[in-house]
Each structure stands twice: as structure tokens, then as C-alpha cells.
Design a protein around this ligand. Structure first.
Ligand code: HEC
Ligand code: HEC
Length: 308
């Protein structure tokens, strides 16, 4: 551990060492063969009952990895009850889903596949379909040395793909590394973000996604959906409206905002957060500066998405 620290100190300046937000590494290790197979599955409607839905339909990788619709639409046009979050940088989430009911990506991936409002599929039928496909049989054989494809390998490959979905080199990360500077508005926005206390909930590598917090810490919030919050899962009213704090990475690309999609613009989201979660009525100028800062959190698309 100590040795590792010394090595990393010597190869970078660690200009971000004292900051509450840390940059995404420029590259991460993942299993390329598995990830490429996972990518194919992520885009494939074969994983849905009537062949009409794929993961990518609700997690638009060409634009922020989330869904621009208020709620997602699954097979047979069925509506969900919650806004789809981004899959970008999901590897850094401490739990998956708004209410954190999945411990990790592999457990998460079962969710949409079996959800009647999303893929509406079951593991047996997926195994059957894939085992009837010569191209998939060949690919799974190359990656897993298996003659009979199992559902667990499907989840494993999708997870490997998601592990590759990082968005490095956001302007803010380059600033943290000392590679660029922020404009005066961006700089002021970051200062306000820390001064007001946004940072107490949105911090770390994902600028969120590392704790459960209440929507409406200061002013009670009336959610506009029947989605089960932490309070419902834990059967404890004290956790009413408690959710996983969402990541703010690529936030400029993932409107609408909040689990119930009740904010249409980033400015509106910042104003509502200030009101409900900090009990302050933020001056429009200051809200705009925070938005300027939030726009520096847009990173580059991962290599695996950019290359065919
Ligand atoms: C019909 C739309 C839809 C489809 C198809 C879909 N998702 Fe999702 N996804 C959602 C919604 C909505 C949520 C939020 C659900 C929740 O939090 O309870 C979500 C949540 C997630 C999350 C958790 C992110 C976080 O921050 O907690 C991941 C990861 C994810 N989906 C991956 C996938 C994968 C992999 C597939 C394909 C197997 C898939 N999704 C298919 C709509 C969809
Ligand atoms: C007490 C913890 C807490 C504080 C303080 C806080 N947030 Fe949040 N933030 C959350 C939670 C929880 C959510 C999810 C709420 C929901 O969806 O209902 C959220 C959601 C957001 C979203 C929408 C993200 C998305 O993907 O929909 C933005 C933008 C945001 N916060 C910015 C800020 C800003 C800017 C501040 C400071 C003015 C701030 N937050 C202060 C906990 C907090």
C-alpha cells in the first residue's frame, strides 16, 4: 500500500489530493473479449420478449447513457414508473438503482431483463434463443469455452461491457489534474457548490452515488411517482423519499432530472436542490454559475462505444 502511494506520487502531481471530487482514470482494465460480447448483447433486441427492446433504447450511449423520456417504455409500449439513470460510470456506484436494491452491476442486469415493463424475459428463454443462434454460439464459445450458453454468462458479459463505460477527461477532471484551468464562472460555480454544501452529498469519483440521502432534507418533497423509495424497501417511514444520490457526471446530457423527472433543465434542478435539500432560495446568478460548473463534468465517450 505504502509502496503504491509512493509510486503514484512520483508519476503525477496529485493536484486533486485535497479536493472532495476525484477524477476518473484515463483508462481502466476490463476484459475486452467479454466486453465486446456484452456490447453486442446491450444493443440486441433478442433479449426482449417480443424483440422490440434493447438496453440501449433506454440508455442512449450516444447521448449521456440515460433516457430523455420522463419514464422508460418497454415491450408492448408498457410504461415504467421512474426516470432511467445513466449507465456511464455505473461501475463506480456504491449500489445500483435509485433505491439501491441491487448490490452490483451483475445483480442489476437481471432487473431490466425480467421486468415486465422493460424486456419481460426469463433466463430460460434467453438461453434457448442464444443457443439457437449460430453466431452467438460461436462468440460465447470463443469467450467462455462453452458449448451451451448459460444466463449467468450473459449477465457476466453485459457487466464486462458496463465496466468499460467510463467517461474520462471531463474538463473538470483535467482541471483537477492541473492540465487546464476553469473559466471564472466555472470556478465560481465550483466554489458555491462547496460553500452551499452540495458537496456533502455529491462528492467522490462519481460526484454522488456513494450514499443514500433524502429528497427534501429541508423542505418536504412530494414525489410525482409511485416508485418504491428506501422507506418502502426498509418498511421504515424515516426513509421516505430517500434515494441513492445520483452521479453528476455528464449531467448536462441527461435531462430530465430527478427520479420523477420533475425538473426539465439543469437550472431548474439546481434551484430545486437548493430549495428542498439546502433550504436556500438561490440567486439566479449563482444558480447559473453552478450550472457552468456542472457543464465541466461532461467527459469523453468510452473507446468501446466510439469504435464499431
Ligand atoms: C425500458 C427501459 C429500460 C431498458 C430496456 C433497460 N433499462 Fe436499465 N434502467 C431503466 C430504468 C427506468 C432504471 C432505473 C430503475 C430503478 O432505479 O429502479 C434503470 C437502471 C439501470 C441501471 C442502474 C443505474 C443506477 O445509477 O442505478 C443500470 C446499470 C442499467 N439500468 C443497465 C441496463 C442494462 C444492462 C439493460 C439491458 C439488459 C437495461 N438497463 C435495460 C430503464 C431501462
Ligand atoms: C442532502 C443531500 C443533497 C444535497 C445537499 C444536494 N443534493 Fe443534489 N441530489 C440529492 C439526491 C438524493 C438527489 C436525487 C433526488 C431525486 O431524484 O428525487 C439529487 C439530485 C440532484 C440532481 C439531479 C440528478 C439527476 O440525475 O436527476 C442535481 C443536478 C443535483 N442533485 C445537484 C445538486 C446541487 C447543485 C446541490 C447544491 C445546490 C445539491 N444537489 C445538493 C442529494 C443532495
Amino acid at each position: 500500500m505504502f509502496k503504491y502511494l509512493i509510486i503514484s506520487l512520483s508519476i503525477c502531481t496529485l493536484s486533486f489530493a485535497n479536493e472532495p471530487i476525484s477524477p476518473i482514470p484515463k483508462t481502466v482494465k476490463y476484459d475486452h473479449a467479454k466486453a465486446l460480447l456484452g456490447k453486442k448483447l446491450f444493443y440486441d433486441t433478442l433479449l426482449s420478449k417480443d424483440h422490440t427492446v434493447a438496453c440501449v433504447f433506454c440508455h442512449d450511449l450516444s447521448n449521456g447513457g440515460a433516457d430523455a423520456r420522463k419514464v422508460s417504455i418497454g415491450v408492448e409500449g408498457r410504461l415504467g414508473n421512474i426516470q432511467a439513470p445513466t449507465v456511464y460510470n455505473a461501475r463506480y456506484n456504491f449500489k445500483q438503482f435509485w433505491n439501491g436494491r441491487a448490490a452490483d452491476l451483475k445483480e442489476q442486469a437481471k432487473g431490466p431483463i425480467e421486468n415486465p415493463n422493460e424486456h419481460d424475459m426469463n433466463p430460460k428463454l434467453i438461453e434457448q434463443r442464444l443457443n439457437n443462434s449460430q453466431p452467438y454460439k460461436k462468440l460465447f464459445y470463443q469467450v467462455y469455452s462453452t458449448k451451451k450458453i448459460k444466463f449467468d454468462e450473459v449477465l457476466d458479459a453485459i457487466t464486462a461491457f458496463e465496466m468499460a463505460l467510463i467517461t474520462p477527461d471531463a474538463k473538470f477532471d483535467r482541471y483537477l489534474r492541473g492540465e487546464t484551468s476553469l473559466s471564472s464562472d466555472e470556478q465560481a460555480g465550483y466554489r458555491l457548490f462547496k460553500q452551499y454544501g452540495c458537496i456533502t452529498c455529491h462528492n467522490g469519483i462519481n460526484i454522488g452515488s456513494n450514499s443514500f440521502q433524502k429528497m427534501g432534507t429541508f423542505i418536504p418533497y412530494d414525489a410525482n411517482t409511485s416508485y418504491p423509495d428506501r422507506g418502502y424497501l426498509l418498511k421504515n417511514r424515516n426513509y421516505h423519499n430517500v434515494f441513492k444520490v445520483p452521479t453528476l457526471r455528464n449531467i448536462a446530457l441527461t435531462a430530465p432530472y430527478f427520479h420523477d423527472a420533475s425538473a426539465q433543465t439543469l437550472l431548474e434542478a439546481v434551484e430545486k436542490m437548493s430549495h428542498y435539500n439546502l433550504g436556500i432560495e438561490i440567486a439566479p446568478d449563482n444558480a447559473k454559475k453552478i450550472v457552468s460548473f456542472l457543464k465541466t463534468l461532461t467527459g469523453n465517450k468510452p473507446i468501446i462505444v466510439e469504435t464499431p
